[in-house]
Design a protein around this ligand. Structure first.
Ligand SMILES: Nc1nc2c(ncn2[C@@H]2O[C@H](COP(=O)(O)OP(=O)(O)OP(=O)(O)O)[C@@H](O)[C@H]2O)c(=O)[nH]1
Ligand SMILES: [Mg+2]
Length: 203
């Protein structure tokens, strides 16, 4: 979970992009990387196969500047979507603070999206995390494709709670920053609520 270093006045949060194979998780992070000021970002690390499928994960640190006196940094990760990389997906979820579920809007990937949400719930459970309480955003990606299923139908099949939903075209960047900002906002709000509910420390 969120790592707060009080001595260095630093907050580190972890956001994971989850979803079925080829839904556009890496494309989201690549777009964010390309459009972010060099001073605010670290290296984008991608461990990929020769055909650009994510093998283990993508990783990118993103500085949000100082929030209430704490230097705030988000660590963005993607999981490999291919079904047989489940152990890697589970590992990457460890310590997650917020999740973006990237759905592939294409008709042919309808069932793959549902399976991936179920897989996410199961993997979260292995750590004792509950999808109902974790900051969570649903992104409907590939809205540009003619085979895209109606947004309402996807939402009905994929929504797990009252999470915000964004339509996106990750290749052009449409909806990418909206998705990230909503997730970051929820993570910070969650952090604030948790620190408020903690009993004051006497000194
Ligand atoms: N038309 C269209 N293509 C997209 C969109 N987003 C991603 N793609 C394409 O879909 C393919 C897969 O994208 P990736 O970002 O590699 O998918 P991924 O989810 O990281 O895939 P894995 O790493 O295998 O899980 C690439 O060819 C992208 O260019 C989109 O919004 N519209
Ligand atoms: Mg990928």
């Amino acid at each position: 979970m969120t790592f707060i270093n009080y001595a260095a006045r630093e907050i580190n949060c972890k956001i994971v992009y989850y979803g079925p194979g080829l839904c556009g998780k890496t494309t989201n992070i690549q777009f964010i990387y390309e459009k972010t000021n060099p001073a605010a970002k670290g290296k984008l690390i991608s461990l990929a196969t020769e055909t650009d499928r994510t093998l283990f994960f993508d990783f990118m640190p993103l500085d949000l500047g100082t929030i209430q006196g704490f230097k705030t940094r988000f660590h963005l990760y993607t999981v490999p979507g291919q079904v047989f990389y489940d152990a890697s997906r589970r590992l990457i979820l460890k310590g997650v603070d917020g999740i973006v579920f990237v759905a592939d809007s294409q008709e042919s990937r309808f069932d793959a999206n549902i399976e991936s949400v179920d897989n996410l719930k199961a993997n979260l459970k292995t750590y004792g995390y509950d999808i109902m309480t974790i900051p969570y955003v649903l992104q409907l990606n590939k809205r540009d494709l003619p085979t895209a299923v109606a947004a309402d139908k996807l939402i009905q099949a994929l929504r797990v709670k009252d999470e915000p939903v964004f339509e996106a075209v990750a290749t052009t960047g449409q909806g990418v920053f909206e998705t990230l900002k909503a997730t970051a906002r929820m993570v910070l709000l969650n952090l604030k609520q948790r620190s408020n509910s903690r009993s004051p420390v006497s000194v």
